[in-house]
Each structure stands twice: as structure tokens, then as C-alpha cells.
Design a protein around this ligand. Structure first.
Ligand code: ASP
Ligand code: MG
Length: 464
């Protein structure tokens, strides 16, 4: 069971999490727990690390003081037993005083490497997991706290986006965690953080607690991995846009992965890789509605829905760049050249489309990167015979439509684009990969919500 930041946001919530865990552990389940940092803590650690690098020592004191207050308040609400409270308070204050030293070190050296950054980021989970663990003990359950490193999760040394070395990790987790489960002890493991082969702390990328959970699930050969979160499951679309949005009861791994990629608030993009290989089902469910059994993600959902389209997402905060010129036509490497400029400037391309005329290419990137992208492209490409025009639009959004049954079904695109046309919306750009699992297209931002609504209705997504 993995609990995200909002599930352990306050002491009351942690208490609730402990109740949930014990409920299942009492009922003949063996449960291993993975926890994220308290809501907002990882973001605040990123910020303070940057400020420490700039030499702002005063901010460090204020930050650690506030961090201590937040966690001590959680301890006082999550744990009743005075002795346990004291023990947990000591862990919190000791951990924060270590963080204080680390930040002060960064402040004096004036340098923040990916390695030291990961070390700073590890403190969020190092603070939350002991509180959850002792909240379980408070309910008279035997529980034991582990960092990802102590649990045996070993990764490569790709700081900030590390990947677990699965075979070695499995071997070690079987030694550390399995015996506890057999004895009925609940292991509580920090999500997101692990260590490389040399024992140096690494992180698995933002939202990485999901990944920790699936890695642990595979290593322990779990029956299911449960991702407890603050939504009922994966939805047909964002309920904020469409109040009639429905929870999808069943999804295939492929579909869920596709949705994680297009940002449907589903999960860490690589989290499904380990469970797909091991064929372990994943369930996404809400801590606030624990009677709702959530979305079950499996290899092949038993009762496939008839609808070809299962979900539609609106991706805002993007911009479209168009690069064109007669020089690009029939010139090997011309697309590569354009993408290389963006790649070298650390600008991620979310979507690409080109026509067989080869005279222009369109790309979608995050809006905040637009200024930098255009200037980099202009400097590198204009006036060299290849590209004669670079334009951009920053008032656009991407609509992504997803469903595994779209594969090989005729007429989905026609039905989709007819719907968009009927809504009176002009399409600026289209892309469909040959996986046929999703179709993405760009419209003006002001038309985004109306487009999502029209598609949601046409494909009867409120009736799943
Ligand atoms: N605390 C980490 C983050 O915010 C990991 C997680 O929440 O899954 O990215
Ligand atoms: Mg988080």
C-alpha cells in the first residue's frame, strides 16, 4: 500500500492511514506500506536547496523551524501514547538537525550537485515514514520503519531520476522485508528514495513513491499493489472540467501507462514497468472513500468496455512552435537539427507533427520554455538556408484522447474530428502514433474545455 503526500498531509490524515492499514492487516492480509513526504514538503525542499546554494543562511533557519513545527504537529495528532510521541519527536528533531547541517554545508560551498540535491530531497520521506510507522505502533500493531536504502532498493547513479536494479533489489528486499511480513510485522518504507551501489542516496524522480511501491510489490511477489490517493481512481476526464466525469473501473497496463504519460494525474510514468513484467495488478483508490474499490489496472481487463475512447485529457500551459522553410524539403537530418537545438537547451518536446511535404514541422512544449526555445532556434537555424521561418502560438492547449480499443478500429478519428468540428472548434495540429492508443491534437486554449466536453459526450464517457 502506497500513501501519497495528500494522504499523509496532516496528523489526522496519518491517523486515518494507520486505521486503514490495520483494518486490512487484521483481516488476514500481509501489508507492506510505502509513504510519500507530507504534502508540499518535497517542493519546499527543492526551493530551500536552491536558496541555500545562493548562500542564504538565514532562510535555512526559518525553513527548518517551520518544517519541525509541521512534523511535530503531525506527531501530536497521529500518535496518542506519550512515550511513542516522545520517541517520534526525537526522530523528527534529529533528522531535521541533520538536514540543517546539510543545507548549511551547501550554503558555504555554494554548490548544489544532483547528488547533494537528492540527499536534501530525501528528508521529506525520512520525516514522514517514522511518523506513520509509530502511528501504527500506537494502534498496537508491530511496525518497523525503513529508508528505501535500508529496505534494500538499489538503483543506478542517475541522480534525480534513478532506476532500481531489479534483480539485486529483489534479492535484498527478500532478505530485509519478507521475514518481517511472515512474522506479521508491518514494514513502513520511505517512497521515492533509495541508494546506488555505493550507498549514496538517490531519488526515483518526482512522484517516485509509486515506483517504490511497484518495485516492492514485485520483489515481494504481492497479490496487488494499492496506490492510495485523494481521487476515487483514474477518471474519464478531469471532474473540474466535466462534473459528469466517471471513474474507470478497469484499465489495461497499456492504457494506464498512456494516461500517466499524458498527465491524467495517474502515476509516475515508469511505475508500471516492474508490475507489467511480473503481471501484478495495481489498484488506484481513495483514502477518503475507502469503500470505493477504485481503478484496477491489469494485463487484460476481464470485461472490456465497448467504447473505443476511454478518457480525454486537457493539457494546458503549453505552446506550439512552427518551423518552416523550403530548405528542409528532402534534406536528410533537417528535423534532427531542429530537435537537437531544443534538446541541447534542455527543452522537452511533448508532441511533434510534420507533413510529407517536409516544408514545416510543428512542436508542442511547456509554455514557460517558449521564450528560450524561440531564441535558441533563431540563433541556431535562421539565415543558414535550412529554415526561413519560426513562429509560435502561446494561447493553445493539447487535447489527448485515449483508449486501447482505438487500435485497429475504423472511423475513430473521423468521429472524433467531426465532433470537434460540430463544436465549432478549429484544429491547429494533430498527432497519432502508430500504437493507435491515443490521438493528440492542438486547439486554441479558449476552445479547450468545450472540446473536451463535446468529446466526453460523443463517446458517452459519463456512462462507463
Ligand atoms: N515526495 C516525492 C514527490 O513529491 C515523491 C512522491 O510524492 O511520490 O515527488
Ligand atoms: Mg508528492
Amino acid at each position: 500500500m502506497k500513501f501519497g503526500g495528500s494522504s499523509v498531509g496532516t496528523g489526522e490524515n496519518i491517523r486515518h492511514v494507520a486505521d486503514l492499514v490495520t483494518h486490512y492487516a487484521k483481516n488476514d492480509c500481509r501489508v507492506a506500506v510505502v509513504v510519500s513526504a507530507l504534502a508540499g514538503v518535497t517542493n519546499s525542499l527543492i526551493e530551500i536547496a536552491e536558496q541555500a546554494k545562493k548562500g542564504d543562511e538565514k532562510k535555512i533557519q526559518a525553513f527548518t523551524k517551520e518544517l519541525a513545527e509541521k512534523h511535530l504537529a503531525a506527531v501530536s495528532k497521529a500518535i496518542v501514547n506519550k512515550q511513542l510521541q516522545k520517541e517520534t519527536e526525537k526522530i523528527v528533531t534529529d533528522t531535521i538537525s541533520e538536514l540543517n547541517k546539510v543545507l548549511t554545508g551547501i550554503c558555504y560551498v555554494g554548490e548544489l550537485t544532483p547528488k547533494s540535491r537528492d540527499y536534501v530531497l530525501s528528508f521529506g520521506e525520512r520525516l514522514s515514514a517514522p511518523i506513520v510507522c509509530n502511528a501504527l505502533r500506537d494502534l498496537k500493531f508491530e511496525a518497523q520503519f525503513f529508508t528505501g536504502k535500508d529496505a534494500g532498493i538499489v538503483t543506478d547513479s542517475n541522480f534525480g531520476e534513478a532506476d532500481p536494479l531489479m534483480d539485486y533489489t529483489t534479492h535484498r528486499i527478500k532478505l530485509t522485508i519478507s521475514p518481517l511480513l511472515e512474522k506479521g510485522v508491518v514494514p513502513v518504507v520511505t517512497g521515492y528514495i533509495a541508494a546506488d551501489q555505493y550507498g549514496v542516496v538517490t531519488t526515483l524522480g518526482r512522484g517516485g513513491s509509486d515506483y517504490t511501491a511497484t518495485v516492492l510489490g514485485v520483489a515481494l511477489a504481492a497479490d496487488e499493489v494499492w496506490i492510495w490517493t485523494d481521487v476515487d481512481g483514474i477518471m474519464t476526464t478531469d471532474p473540474k472540467t466535466m462534473p459528469s466525469a466517471k471513474k474507470l473501473p478497469l484499465l489495461s497496463y497499456q492504457e494506464a501507462a498512456e494516461m500517466a504519460i499524458f498527465g491524467a494525474k495517474a502515476m509516475h510514468p515508469r511505475a508500471l514497468e516492474p508490475v507489467i513484467k511480473a503481471n501484478i495488478p495495481v489498484r488506484i483508490r481513495s483514502v477518503f472513500h475507502s469503500d470505493n474499490d477504485g481503478t484496477l489496472i491489469t494485463k487484460e481487463p476481464a470485461n472490456k468496455s465497448a467504447e473505443v475512447v476511454k478518457a480525454v485529457a486537457l493539457i494546458k500551459d503549453v505552446a506550439m512552435i512552427n518551423v518552416g522553410g523550403g530548405g528542409m524539403v528532402g534534406a536528410p537530418g533537417s528535423y534532427a537539427k531542429v530537435l537537437e537545438v531544443l534538446g541541447k537547451n534542455d527543452i522537452n518536446v511533448m508532441m511533434i507533427s510534420t507533413a510529407v511535404s517536409e516544408a514545416n514541422m510543428s512542436m508542442v512544449i511547456r509554455r514557460g520554455l517558449l521564450g528560450r526555445a524561440i531564441s535558441a532556434l533563431e540563433i541556431a537555424l535562421l539565415g543558414r538556408g535550412l529554415v526561413s521561418e519560426i513562429t509560435a502560438e502561446d494561447d493553445v492547449c493539447v487535447i489527448a484522447v485515449m483508449g486501447a480499443n482505438m487500435q485497429g478500429t475504423l472511423g475513430v478519428a473521423s468521429r472524433l474530428f467531426t465532433t470537434v468540428a460540430r463544436a465549432g472548434v478549429n484544429i491547429r495540429m494533430i498527432a497519432q502514433g502508430s500504437s493507435e492508443l491515443n490521438i493528440s491534437f492542438v486547439v486554441k486554449e479558449k476552445d479547450g474545455e468545450a472540446t473536451v466536453k463535446a468529446i466526453h459526450k460523443e463517446f458517452k464517457l459519463d456512462k462507463v
